[in-house]
Design a binder for this molecule. Structure first.
Ligand code: APR
Length: 311
C-alpha cells in the first residue's frame, strides 16, 4: 500500500512540496487550502504532468479534511506572509490561528500522523501544533535546519568551487537571525572548513546563511523562498516514509537536552518511520553553547507572546 501525505497550504511552498513528493513517488498526496479551487486546480495540473514525468501516485486537491484521513505525514505550510505594516507579533498571532485550526482538523482525521511544520515563525508554530495536537514530541517536527544547512552548504560549495554534495554542514538553533551555524562541524568530504579557507571568508558565509531568507525576499519583493524550503521538507518526508534514519537538523521539543526545556529548537535528530527516533546531544564549546542559548531565548520570546495571548 502506498503512503499518504497531506500538505496543508497550496501556496508556493506547499505546491512545490506536493509536486516533489509526487515526482519521487513517495506517497499519494492530498493538497489542502482554504481558497476554493486553488488546491483542486494545482493538484490536477500536477497530476496531468504524471504521464510525461512517469510517476504513479494519486494527487487530490481539496478544501476539506475528509480526504486527508489516515495520512502518514501531514506537512503544514499554511499561513500568511508578512504584509507591510504588520508587526512580527501580528504575524505570529495570525499564523498561530491558522496553524492551530489546520492542526486541529488534520489530527482529527489522522491521529497517528507525523506532523512537519514549515509555517513561520517556525519554532513558535511547532509549539502551537504540539500544544494543539497533544502529540508526543516524536511526531511534531519543524523544518528549518535542513534549509539553513542547505544554504550554508550552497555558499561553501560555490566559494570553494567543489561539489555541493561534498559539503556537510550543521546549523542549529531557532530559524531566524540567531541561528547557529557550527563551523567546527562543517567539512568538505571530511576536510574541516577551517583548513580550506580563511576565518574572514567563513564569517561572511555564516552571516549570509543567517540572512539567507531575507536575501531571497529582497529579490522576490512580494514573497519568500520556496524551492529550497520545499526540497528540504521533502528530504524529511522521505527519511520518515522510507525509514532511512537520516541524521538531520530539525526543530524538536527539547526537554533538558542542551540545557533547554520546553522549547522547539533546531538540533541534530534521526528521522525514521516513528518520526524523531533520536536526539543527538553533541558537546558544544562555550561560544557555541552561548549562541544556542541566545537562539533559544529568541524562541522563548515568541512563545511567551503566544502564552500570554492564548492564556
Ligand atoms: N488553511 C489552509 N490553508 C491556508 C489557511 C488555512 N487556515 N490560511 C492560509 N492558507 C493558505 C493560503 O491560502 C495560501 O495558499 O496558505 C497558503 C500560503 O501560501 P503562500 O502565501 O504562497 O506562502 P508560502 O510561500 O507557501 O509560505 C508558506 O512557509 O516558509 C514558510 O514563511 C513561509 O510561513 C510561510 C509558509
Amino acid at each position: 500500500m502506498r503512503s499518504k501525505v497531506t500538505v496543508i497550504g497550496a501556496g508556493n511552498v506547499g505546491a512545490n512540496t506536493a509536486q516533489k513528493i509526487a515526482q519521487k513517488e513517495l506517497a499519494d498526496v492530498i493538497l489542502v487550502d482554504v481558497v476554493e479551487g486553488v488546491p483542486q486546480g494545482k493538484a490536477l495540473d500536477m497530476l496531468e504532468s504524471a504521464p510525461v514525468e512517469g510517476y504513479d501516485v494519486c494527487l487530490v486537491g481539496t478544501n476539506s479534511y475528509e480526504e486527508t484521513s489516515n495520512s502518514d505525514v501531514v506537512v503544514i505550510t499554511a499561513g500568511f506572509p508578512r504584509k507591510p505594516g504588520m508587526s512580527r507579533d501580528d504575524l505570529l498571532l495570525a499564523n498561530y490561528e491558522v496553524v492551530k485550526s489546520a492542526t486541529q482538523q488534520a489530527v482529527k482525521h489522522s491521529p497517528n500522523a507525523i506532523l512537519i511544520l514549515v509555517t513561520n515563525p517556525l519554532d513558535a508554530m511547532c509549539w502551537t501544533a504540539m500544544k494543539t495536537s497533544g502529540f508526543p514530541r516524536e511526531r511534531v517536527i519543524g523544518m528549518a535546519g535542513v534549509l539553513d544547512t542547505a544554504r550554508f552548504r550552497t555558499f561553501i560549495a560555490e566559494q570553494l568551487e567543489v561539489s555541493f554534495e561534498n559539503v556537510t554542514a550543521m546549523v542549529l538553533g531557532g530559524h531566524g537571525d540567531t541561528m547557529v551555524p557550527l563551523v567546527r562541524f562543517t567539512n568538505v568530504s571530511g576536510i574541516p572548513l577551517s583548513e580550506l579557507t580563511t576565518q574572514d571568508v567563513i564569517d561572511r558565509m555564516v552571516q549570509r546563511t543567517r540572512d539567507g531568507g531575507a536575501e531571497i525576499v529582497k529579490y522576490l519583493k512580494t514573497g519568500s523562498a520556496y524551492y529550497a524550503p520545499a526540497a528540504s521538507t521533502v528530504e524529511m518526508v522521505e527519511s520518515i516514509l522510507k525509514d532511512k534514519k537520516k541524521v538531520l537538523p530539525c526543530a524538536v521539543h527539547l526537554t533538558g537536552e542542551y540545557g533547554i526545556n520546553g522549547l522547539f529548537v533546531g538540533v541534530p535528530v534521526k528521522l525514521g518511520k516513528s518520526g524523531v527516533e533520536k536526539i543527538y546531544e553533541i558537546k558544544l564549546d562555550s561560544a557555541e553553547a552561548a549562541a544556542l542559548r541566545k537562539s533559544a531565548d529568541a524562541v522563548q520570546e515568541l512563545v511567551s507572546v503566544l502564552e500570554k495571548k492564548v492564556a
